[in-house]
Ligand binder design. Structure first.
Ligand code: NAD
Length: 416
């Protein structure tokens, strides 16, 4: 995070710029600036050493004109209410762009999962969910995984919600393990959706995917799976990183092997025949496609000038500041914005919710082909609008998402 910009200041600046472009009613703009509801809670648990641990938690529900709130839960030492508010707002636009019947939400607990035992993480999850329970539910707000939460976390959430209800409610959360109602394809969905977007953008740029070089920041769910899928599509993965730093290898890396190494050692650093690089060096690595897939505000005015990629595909939410956007635009670098590029996750979460509500289970092929259809259509919608407006893809994506939400808000009116 740079000193001058926070995720919330970025989200609000984007909204302001979009409101001007759309000539939005100032009243509607004021409504959309604020979340509909923010809940803050104190998550108190018994630690393994017998002491009491107190953690700050929150759930922010931005706007819900199309259906229940939907959004991930993040566990991170630096997560703040402001960050979560920005992430919730981006979820609202993302769902609107994809045409999903959801509003945007996000949750967070300020904690370092690397310092918590499995038992402590479980107790923290169950306590947090019990504190926001009244505002959750399959038709109210449906959580999903985000940074440092995973399938196991979602299983505990589903169980906690179900225990409090008194009956099993698989549709209360998405991103669950398959054996308890999760969807085929959910784990890789964000990365697969991103890879489809990269494929579409490469086609428009006449860039051959086979042999194209890729650098990825973040080697978790989104970064690792994107590296694997792009590798399988014929790209050459030349650099990857995690929170402790990165590695570069111009001959190309096998993401699967790097992942196995990271699982063994805790980091990608020190991997065979690679040079260790810093996260800031990774951003400026010589490559055709750069995938930021870690945290917010990683591409800034300062480092954007050194970016050499032709395409920046945003796996992370909010990785690029508005100042950096301008630099990339001037350099003719094609940004596939987060609210489009990483929307595969919420799309397959929606598929999971539909399967749970209808007590059906779709095959992996069904899930992936539905995802491909939906994300390629959204990509085309955004691209067409960008051409019409002679704008970059982010401006067009925001215009599409904010415009749809604003229109629905106006049509619904205010009550009481
Ligand atoms: P994750 O916890 O699985 O992985 C995060 C990765 O980022 C880890 O490799 C971690 O080491 C690395 N990291 C953390 N801080 C870093 C830093 N300062 N510099 C470099 N690397 C750092 O999380 P994830 O689910 O892969 O989420 C990554 C991003 O993608 C987040 O912005 C998240 O909001 C976004 N996202 C995730 C999903 C999803 O389905 N999981 C969907 C949409 C968007």
């Amino acid at each position: 995070m740079t000193q001058e910009q926070t995720a919330l200041s970025v989200a609000l600046e984007q909204l302001k710029m979009t409101a001007e472009k759309l000539n939005l009613d100032p009243g509607i703009h004021s409504i959309l600036k604020q979340p509909k509801r923010s809940i803050t809670v104190s998550v108190t648990i018994k630690m393994d050493n017998g002491r009491i641990g107190v953690f700050k938690g929150c759930r922010v529900q931005h706007w819900d004109v199309f259906g229940p709130f939907k959004g991930g839960i993040r566990y991170h030492p630096n997560v703040t209410l402001d960050d979560v508010s920005a992430l919730a707002m981006w979820m609202t636009w993302k769902c609107a762009i994809m045409g999903l019947p959801y509003g945007g939400a996000k949750g967070g607990v300020q904690c370092d999962t690397k310092k918590l035992s499995l038992g402590e993480t479980e107790r923290l999850t169950r306590r947090y969910i019990s504190l926001i329970f009244d505002y959750l539910g399959p038709h109210r707000d449906v959580p999903a995984p985000d940074v440092y939460t995973n399938e196991q976390t979602m299983a505990w959430i589903m169980d906690t919600y179900s225990q409090l209800k008194g009956y099993r409610v698989p549709e209360s959360v998405t991103g669950k393990p398959i054996e308890i109602g999760g969807s085929e394809g959910r784990v890789c969905a964000t990365s697969l959706g991103l890879s489809y977007c990269v494929r579409e953008a490469a086609e428009k740029l006449n860039l051959k995917l086979k042999g194209s070089t890729v650098a990825l920041q973040g080697f978790g769910n989104v970064g690792y799976n994107a590296a694997n899928i792009l590798h399988n599509m014929g790209c050459k993965i030349v650099a990857v990183s995690d929170s402790s730093g990165g590695i570069q290898c111009n001959a190309g890396l096998n993401p699967y092997k790097v992942h196995a190494y990271k699982n063994r050692t805790g980091s990608v650093r020190g991997y065979n025949d690679c040079s260790d690089i810093t996260n800031s060096e990774l951003i400026q690595t010589k490559c055709d496609i750069l995938v930021p897939a870690a945290m917010e505000n990683q591409i800034t005015k300062q480092n954007a000038t050194g970016i050499k990629a032709k395409i920046v595909a945003e796996g992370a939410n909010g990785p690029t500041t508005p100042d950096a956007d301008k630099v990339l635009h001037e350099k003719d670098i094609w940004i596939i914005p987060d609210i489009l590029a990483n929307s595969g996750g919420v799309t397959v979460s929606y598929f999971e919710w539909v399967q749970n509500l209808t007590r059906e289970h779709w095959t992996l092929d069904e899930v992936n082909s539905k995802l491909e259809k939906k994300i390629v259509k959204a990509f085309e919608d955004v691209h067409k609008l960008a051409k019409k407006e002679e704008s970059d893809m982010r401006t067009a994506a925001l215009m599409l998402g904010v415009g749809r939400v604003a229109h629905a808000l106006k049509t619904l009116g205010l009550w009481p």
